[in-house]
Design a binder for this molecule. Structure first.
Ligand code: AMP
Length: 145
């Protein structure tokens, strides 16, 4: 069965290029739609919960920056125009699973660094997304320079 809707998770760094390219290749061979998702993690989450200051301005800046980066990614890959661009707040695993279900995606693509040692213990988004995923997951191996 060919895939019909592919969801590519992008962290909006330079590293997302090989993941987007892979997604586009698979979308083309399957005749599938491709959507991008980026999750802005709440600042309080990054600081471990209790932060005694107002982070709303910083969060707005974070969201604005993500919107700009998402727009330039779409400009770079004109084939993406047909797909949706999902930008949400929250925890990447939960948001990726929720949006994949909501948009009836049958393949999620994430990048994977192939961590070893201490980094392996800290976990990866790819590993997180794989557990409990509502559909197939492809982890694209990212090479470090
Ligand atoms: P990491 O394990 O955090 O190094 O990220 C590996 C991959 O997870 C990235 O290449 C993206 O595919 C995905 N990812 C990480 N953070 C996010 C994010 N905030 N939004 C969407 N995808 C993400």
């Amino acid at each position: 069965m060919p895939y019909t809707h592919i969801l590519v998770a992008v962290d909006l760094t330079e590293e997302c290029n090989p993941i987007v390219k892979r997604g586009l290749d698979i979308a083309m061979t399957n005749g599938a739609k491709l959507s991008l998702i980026h999750i802005v993690e709440p600042m309080a989450m990054a600081f471990g919960g209790d932060v005694p200051m107002d982070l709303s301005l910083l969060q707005q800046q974070q969201l604005d920056q993500a919107k700009e980066r998402m727009a330039s990614l779409k400009l770079k890959y004109p084939e993406l125009v047909a797909g949706e661009t999902l930008l949400t707040y929250g925890q990447p695993r939960q948001e990726i699973h929720d949006k994949a279900k909501e948009h009836h995606c049958d393949l999620i693509i994430v990048g994977s660094h192939g961590r070893t040692g201490l980094a392996l213990l800290l976990g990866s988004t790819a590993n997180d997304v794989l557990h409990g995923a509502p559909c197939d997951v492809l982890a694209v191996r990212l090479k470090r320079d």
